[in-house]
Ligand binder design. Structure first.
Ligand SMILES: Cc1cc2nc3c(=O)[nH]c(=O)nc-3n(C[C@H](O)[C@H](O)[C@H](O)COP(=O)(O)O)c2cc1C
Length: 191
């Protein structure tokens, strides 16, 4: 199951039952987390909220120069295609957490736990035939964006935006490289 999961870019329009999404979140919450902080917070953007959410994301891309153009016509076209992207996918999940020590060790721990939750969710969803796409861009650190969606950059850290829906097309697996150099084995007293 771990090897079979794919990042899905192309989705069918139908929504996933709310009860199924809640069930997946319930199971995903068995992710490891220190001191049982259970730091994950999730917002589900669906139906009409998708366009508004997408619009704020594109505003952020433009603000941060991620679209690499200031030509009004090109930006208008980009806005259109992002709107099409956001409205063609049934659910967009925003994962975030509350900050505890302003980017210190506790926040690192909580961030790691939210990532574990997300991966659990992705795998559990895949088991039910549901596709996901984990996205993370500089927008997650854009204070204006964070304020615009009603959160606070002082209090909240955004972790990921995850697209969710039934896959229309499943891409071929991307091969992983042999792990060789990524692993060190230590056996002697001198480390
Ligand atoms: C933190 C993080 C950020 C990612 N951001 C993006 C993204 O912005 N756009 C995208 O298409 N995929 C994104 N991905 C998904 C990866 O592109 C994908 O996992 C990788 O290509 C391997 O494909 P697979 O998931 O199908 O095995 C992200 C994954 C992670 C973990």
């Amino acid at each position: 199951m771990v090897r079979g999961r794919r990042t899905i870019l192309d989705y069918k329009p139908q929504k996933i039952d709310k009860s199924l999404l809640v069930e997946l979140f319930d199971h995903a919450a068995y992710a490891p987390n220190h001191h049982m902080k259970e730091p994950w917070k999730i917002r589900v953007y669906e139906e009409d909220a998708r366009s508004s959410f997408g619009e704020k994301i594109v505003d952020s891309y433009i603000r941060l120069g991620l679209l690499k153009t200031s030509d009004e016509q090109k930006l208008a076209k980009a806005r259109q295609s992002y709107d099409q992207f956001f409205t063609s996918i049934p659910h967009h999940l925003l994962f975030y957490m509350e900050k505890e020590d302003d980017g210190g060790y506790l926040d690192d721990e909580n961030f790691a736990a939210v990532c574990a939750f997300i991966q659990n969710f992705q795998l559990l969803a895949w088991e039910k035939g549901i596709g996901t796409m984990w996205t993370a861009k500089e927008t997650l650190r854009d204070d204006v964006f964070i304020n615009e969606i009603g959160l606070s950059p002082e209090k909240h850290k955004l972790v990921a935006v995850v697209q969710v829906g039934y896959p229309n097309k499943i891409p071929k697996p991307k091969k992983r490289t042999p792990l060789g150099d990524h692993i060190g084995w230590f056996r002697s007293k001198e480390i």
